[in-house]
Design a protein around this ligand. Structure first.
Ligand code: M6R
Length: 604
């Protein structure tokens, strides 16, 4: 995905545009650019490859602009080169685009015949030329925009400026998020609310097939027939400091530490003395969910790992059968649906393309109900699903997901309790286990200095193994994903019992093996799997509350607090997050913006 920001103002906006764009950098950081207009001037453009800070030196070129569009790119069509960096220009028109134009090659051929010269390898450039072509014919920017997007196939959020109209900013959206925010003597377009929070809390979401024309005093929303639309203006409770570092060196670190407060807040919102509060998944959901016999979970990446934990929780505590699929597979599979099956999709952003198309498929297939567990209220996923549960974890900026994962786990634990409770007693026990989280979580954070020390043992490694069993297998997967994402060390996760079926061949005295070993009914089995590693002199890093002797220097034991089995996944992932964070720090990688990734993946 990419980030779009635009302002039309009565004041000079070059610095504001640059600072706001930085708030969107988590959406892509291959290259960035700004195009602006000032009274009497032609389009002024600056572009840079790499992080947004590279643009700073060029800001003086656009020193006088009062209307402008900015873009931070996550490359899909065309390498991350200057020529492919947005904004794209066509004479008096500049545009920024997020999404994919599927039929861009056909449009390009058509426009080449009309003598338009292309400078980039992107799909986006056709939008600039198309608008220019249509504007030249009718000299009306709204009609030109409507005519142009009629031809586009795919998804788009578009911001556009026209030097004939120096105080106007235009936008169009279809399947890619774009908000319109209202300020004082200035108005904004943005991919999300974060860049405008310093100036305003008031915004509306541009829906599919909708357009906007903004000037410093006015916002006009219109549809494909150029008919004005009245849209509800929302006032967000988000504050600018929630998208700031608040004293932490990285967003990832801040978000790891936010987990305690978020879980606490969710606890007080949804959990009573000895039972859950009624209908927390929406009106009548207790009745709907009590009839469910099967659940199909679908998600990607970290969210998929959360679904694996939920599958384990539900199957352990009920007779419900669950499947958990990654969305990019679900979309293309034949799905057998038994009666009373619930479809659950999980997504931090609510904008992951694979998850969205899976939900669309699920709706076509006719499940009893669809439930979206999501962190972003105004997202495509929440708009499409008939049941919605909002995690309310606040904006997650770090590309590596941390607080979203534990909030997803908490939400799924609520779901697990609802679908599994058979008696008041069984609910009471689960709720009482869950309530211990708040107390125990503090001792997990206290492990940070110890984890920091052991992180140096990973710094020069190229490979690691992560092991878990039962409820900790998804934690091994998630721990390995975190390490890969931000330290670029290869990490593979296995069920500990699978080791002897192959991966053990990799183990020698240089191979670090991270293991999650809560003291439960599976502990003995995991210990014998670890003995297989130790016999080959592998370096083990064991997160455990079990009393086990440290036999030699090859064994590191990180003492976890005692806790009920039910909350093991939530507690054991936190030290794994801290471990990957400190390894990444030692390797001096860009923790919040790991190479080749973007915060949410809006392409299939
Ligand atoms: O926004 P989503 O939860 O749908 O995103 C799914 C994955 O792209 C995401 O979890 C990804 O794996 C993270 N970078 C993991 O840290």
């Amino acid at each position: 995905m990419c980030g779009i920001y635009g302002i039309t103002s009565k004041k000079i906006i070059s610095n504001k545009l640059f600072n706001g764009l930085k708030k969107l950098e988590y959406r892509g950081y291959d290259s960035s650019g700004i195009a602006g207009l000032s009274q009497g001037n032609k389009n002024l453009v600056i572009k840079s490859t790499g992080p947004i800070n590279h643009l700073k030196k060029k800001l003086k070129t656009i020193a006088n602009i009062s209307t402008g569009i900015a873009h931070t790119r996550w490359a899909t069509h065309g390498e991350p080169l200057l020529k492919n960096t947005h904004p794209h220009n066509s004479g008096i028109i500049d545009i920024v685009h997020n999404g994919i134009i599927e039929n861009y090659e056909d449009i390009k051929l058509y426009l080449i015949k009309k003598k338009y010269a292309f400078k980039s390898d992107t799909d986006s450039e056709v939008i600039a030329h198309l608008i220019n072509y249509n504007y030249n014919k009718c000299k009306d920017m709204r009609s030109a925009l409507i005519k142009s997007v009629k031809i586009l196939e795919g998804s788009y959020a578009i911001g556009a400026i026209n030097s004939d109209l120096p105080d106007k900013l235009f936008a169009a959206s279809n399947g890619s998020p774009l908000i319109i925010a209202k300020g004082t003597n200035e108005n904004y377009i943005a991919s999300d609310i974060s860049p405008v929070l310093k100036d305003t809390q008031k915004y509306l979401t541009l829906g599919d097939g909708e357009f906007a024309e903004l000037s410093p005093e006015k916002v006009i929303i219109f549809d494909k027939k150029n008919k004005y639309l009245i849209k509800k203006v929302i006032t967000t409770s988000l504050k600018d400091r929630q998208v700031s570092l608040a004293g932490h060196k990285h967003f990832m670190h801040k978000e790891i530490y936010e987990q305690k407060a978020i879980l606490n807040e969710m606890m007080s919102r949804y959990v009573g003395q000895a039972s859950l509060l009624p209908n927390i998944f929406g009106p009548n959901t207790d009745r709907i969910l009590s009839k469910i016999k099967h659940i199909h979970f679908v998600a990607c990446g970290t969210s998929y790992h959360a679904s694996l934990v939920a599958k384990d929780w539900i199957e352990q505590h009920s007779t419900i059968t669950c499947t958990a699929e990654v969305a990019s597979e679900y979309k293309y599979k034949k799905i057998n649906i038994l009666p009373d099956t619930l479809f659950v999709c999980i997504s931090q952003s609510g904008e992951t393309a694979d998850t969205i198309s899976s939900l669309k498929k699920a709706k076509r297939l006719g499940y009893k109900d669809t439930l979206a567990i999501c962190n972003v209220a105004e997202s495509t996923l929440t708009r499409l699903s008939n049941l919605v549960f909002l995690m309310n974890a606040g904006p997650e900026i770090s590309v590596a997901s941390t607080k979203a994962f534990t909030s997803q786990l908490f939400s799924l634990l609520l779901l697990s309790i609802i679908v599994s409770r058979s008696t008041e007693e069984s609910e009471k026990k689960m709720v009482s286990d869950m309530k211990q989280l708040d107390k125990i979580i503090n001792s997990v954070y206290k492990l940070e200095s110890e984890i920091k020390k052991i992180s140096s043992k990973f710094k020069n490694k190229d490979h690691t193994l992560f092991l878990g069993k039962g409820g900790t297998y998804p934690i091994a997967l998630e721990g390995a994903l975190k390490l890969k994402e931000i330290s670029y060390i290869h990490a593979s996760a296995y069920h500990s019992g699978e080791l002897k079926h192959g991966p053990l061949a990799l183990v020698d005295k240089k191979m670090p093996v991270v293991c999650f070993l809560p003291d439960n009914h599976l502990a003995k089995l995991v210990l014998s799997n670890l003995a297989e590693v130790e016999a080959r002199q592998g370096q083990t890093f064991i997160f455990t509350n079990k009393k086990i002797p440290r036999k030699n220097k090859q064994v590191e034991i990180i003492k976890m607090p005692d806790c009920p089995d039910l909350i093991v996944p939530i507690l054991y992932i936190i030290p794994a997050q801290l471990l990957s964070y400190h390894v990444a720090l030692k390797k001096k990688t860009d923790v919040d913006k790991p190479r080749n990734l973007a915060k949410s993946v809006t392409v299939e």
